[in-house]
Design a protein around this ligand. Structure first.
Ligand SMILES: *[C@@H]1O[C@H](CO)[C@@H](O)[C@H](O)[C@H]1NC(C)=O
Ligand SMILES: *[C@@H]1O[C@H](CO)[C@@H](O)[C@H](O)[C@H]1NC(C)=O
Ligand SMILES: *[C@@H]1O[C@H](CO)[C@@H](O)[C@H](O)[C@H]1NC(C)=O
Ligand SMILES: *[C@@H]1O[C@H](CO)[C@@H](O)[C@H](O)[C@H]1NC(C)=O
Ligand SMILES: *[C@@H]1O[C@H](CO)[C@@H](O)[C@H](O)[C@H]1NC(C)=O
Ligand SMILES: *[C@@H]1O[C@H](CO)[C@@H](O)[C@H](O)[C@H]1NC(C)=O
Ligand SMILES: *[C@@H]1O[C@H](CO)[C@@H](O)[C@H](O)[C@H]1NC(C)=O
Ligand SMILES: *[C@@H]1O[C@H](CO)[C@@H](O)[C@H](O)[C@H]1NC(C)=O
Ligand SMILES: *[C@@H]1O[C@H](CO)[C@@H](O)[C@H](O)[C@H]1NC(C)=O
Ligand SMILES: *[C@@H]1O[C@H](CO)[C@@H](O)[C@H](O)[C@H]1NC(C)=O
Length: 495
């Protein structure tokens, strides 16, 4: 009995000790192996606690922006001066009582010291049966993913709810059917990450391009359609981004842009600055990074010259009306307020609509007035206007289709984008020094003839060529004469 009792006793303590060892080592294992995950039992307090992605590049924790004491839950790359995503950007914590945790309703939340929810993923409601166990993992690409422990299903992730910044594999996306967007919203100022004035999103899905909006509704600037190499309306972005953009389409109707680096060891944070600019921090390696800002001129600001106004940053003034057009409001225009743009002059109306009327008349009259068909004038290196419609027609068909449709005011062709044409006022045009497209503007026949005559009347170049030729001949003659003199002098010395 004694022995047995003793035996039992040792057995029990042995069991207790082993259980304790297993338990504590499993807790230890747990903590070290799931250190990239927030679960119902592991949360993050604002006392230097973080979770770290398995590759150690990314962290989730609390930070304060420069010159601010507010606290925000955020993810960052390498250090908290490289913020990628912020949870409670519009509900800052005023002290360090914050906690990031899985709430009992299943959501990932940020709470303050009084257990008030400042921010929530809002994907499950407390009225629903809480049978789901969810956890949030910070993945190796920087994405914070909330998923169902049982099914593995992703219910929410930070990459589809971005702040102002896109990193490689993040999408700038819009769904054709639901119009649901993954949009980026700038900070209010360098010291205040709350939702600011500028928004970036993928628009104009006929020929998708990135738009930057001011206060959500006013277009601020646009890149022009992506043509698999460059943005047609932002040739200056070519040099910096050539290696990286990609347009893709999900089966659910989502069109999206992503970017990447030729060298996978590189990393980047592309952000929309508080003042509406695009900034790329490019990490060549983990210690070295360079930043670019895509420069903007006055012509990049959407619609600076109004409808049918042509913007050329290298000319003074920057805005002009196309030939055959005149300022809609001369008084505003002369005060350098160009936003009302230009209208077609009375004497330069298109003939297309009239042509049909007259044809009908002439049929009745058995012969009569002959009306000349409209044509096109080409403008090189142009930013494509907004509101392009698109078809798969080739260059020739693009032209004839446009000519055959009286509402068609212009067309342009790009081998990747295809045939682009415009049936509404042409707006946001710009003349580039290089890049862009050839824009074919519909003009009445009279204007075409005028241009041909203008060209024929262009005599100065011929005169210059003749003069240059004559001067050249004279110079040649003088040279030959000098050489001949030298040669004859040599001959006379020799003899
Ligand atoms: C957090 O870390 C900083 C610097 O390492 C230190 O100064 C500060 O006291 C820490 N705060 C807490 C609450 O541990
Ligand atoms: C994760 O691990 C790091 C270092 O290993 C530690 O400093 C940090 O407190 C851990 N975080 C949590 C939430 O346990
Ligand atoms: C975490 O990183 C280690 C070392 O790089 C690797 O061996 C392990 O497979 C990774 N774990 C996961 C879940 O990716
Ligand atoms: C922080 O404040 C200082 C002094 O007012 C200022 O010089 C600096 O530009 C500010 N930093 C940022 C990021 O705004
Ligand atoms: C979650 O829902 C609440 C209440 O409807 C709302 O105030 C809050 O802005 C939502 N949060 C997010 C991140 O959508
Ligand atoms: C909620 O849970 C109850 C009991 O667990 C179950 O009978 C019921 O079907 C559940 N409701 C839903 C909507 O899942
Ligand atoms: C990072 O890149 C820079 C520039 O290419 C180089 O000078 C530096 O040695 C690199 N550092 C590391 C740790 O690779
Ligand atoms: C320019 O003209 C437009 C249209 O008339 C007007 O709405 C706008 O306020 C003017 N802008 C300035 C700076 O005067
Ligand atoms: C011209 O005639 C055609 C057929 O004869 C008719 O369909 C069309 O409406 C007429 N157009 C105008 C503007 O009268
Ligand atoms: C001209 O093009 C517009 C825009 O694609 C289209 O809605 C319209 O039906 C076309 N008109 C004709 C006569 O083809």
């Amino acid at each position: 009995m004694d022995f047995l009792a003793h035996h039992n006793h040792t057995n029990i303590s042995f069991l207790f000790i082993t259980t304790f060892l297993i338990f504590s080592s499993s807790i230890h294992l747990c903590l070290s192996s799931v250190n990239d995950t927030i679960t119902s039992t592991i949360s993050i307090n604002d006392n230097n606690q973080t979770i770290t992605s398995n590759n150690t590049d990314f962290k989730l924790g609390f930070f304060s922006p420069p010159n601010s004491t507010n606290r925000y839950a955020a993810t960052w790359y390498l250090s908290n001066s490289n913020i990628i995503w912020i949870a409670n950007r519009d509900q800052p914590l005023k002290d360090s009582s914050g906690v990031i945790k899985i709430h009992k309703d299943g959501n990932l939340v940020v709470m303050d010291g009084k257990n008030r929810i400042l921010w929530s993923t809002n994907i499950t409601s407390s009225t629903e049966n809480v049978t789901r166990k969810l956890s949030a993992q910070l993945q190796d690409n920087g994405n914070l993913v909330l998923s169902d422990d049982n099914t593995g299903e992703t219910v929410w992730d930070s990459f589809t709810h971005p702040a102002d910044a896109a990193v490689p594999t993040m999408k700038i996306a819009t769904n054709r059917f639901t119009r649901k967007k993954i949009a980026y919203v700038s900070w209010k100022s360098p010291e205040d990450p709350s939702s600011g004035d500028f928004t970036g999103s993928l628009e104009r899905l006929a020929a998708p391009e990135v738009f930057f909006w001011y206060k959500k509704t006013r277009p601020y600037w646009r890149t022009g359609p992506w043509n698999s190499r460059v943005f047609l309306g932002a040739p200056r972005m070519l040099t910096e981004y050539l290696y990286g953009w990609r347009m893709d389409h999900d089966p659910d109707g989502t069109d999206y842009l992503t970017y990447s680096f030729a060298n996978p060891a590189e990393f980047g944070i592309l952000s929309l600055t508080y003042d509406g600019k695009l900034r790329l921090a490019r990490f060549l390696n983990k210690t070295n990074y360079v930043t670019f800002e895509v420069s903007q001129n006055k012509c990049d600001i959407y619609g600076t010259c109004g409808p049918f106004g042509n913007c050329d940053p290298s000319s003074k003034p920057i805005c002009s009306c196309f030939e055959g057009f005149e300022p809609r409001n001369l008084e505003e225009w002369s005060k350098k307020n160009w936003t009302s743009g230009c209208v077609r002059k009375k004497e330069a109306q298109l003939q297309c609509g009239r042509l049909k009327n007259l044809k009908n008349n002439s049929n009745n009259n058995n012969g009569g007035v002959e009306v000349q068909q409209d044509g096109f004038k080409v403008f090189n290196n142009m930013k494509v206007p907004d509101f392009a419609e698109r078809s798969d027609a080739n260059l020739d068909k693009c032209r004839t289709n446009c000519l055959g449709n009286c509402s068609c005011l212009a067309y342009a062709y790009d081998s990747y984008v295809g045939c682009m044409f415009w049936v509404s006022d042409l707006i946001d045009l710009q003349k580039f020094p290089y890049g862009g497209v050839d824009l074919f503007l519909r003009v009445p026949h009279s204007q075409l003839i005028a241009t041909v005559q203008e060209r024929r009347g262009n005599k100065p170049p011929i005169i210059i060529a003749i003069i240059a030729g004559v001067i050249g001949l004279i110079a040649l003659a003088i040279c030959s004469y000098i050489l001949w003199r030298k040669w004859t002098a040599k001959q006379t010395r020799k003899s």
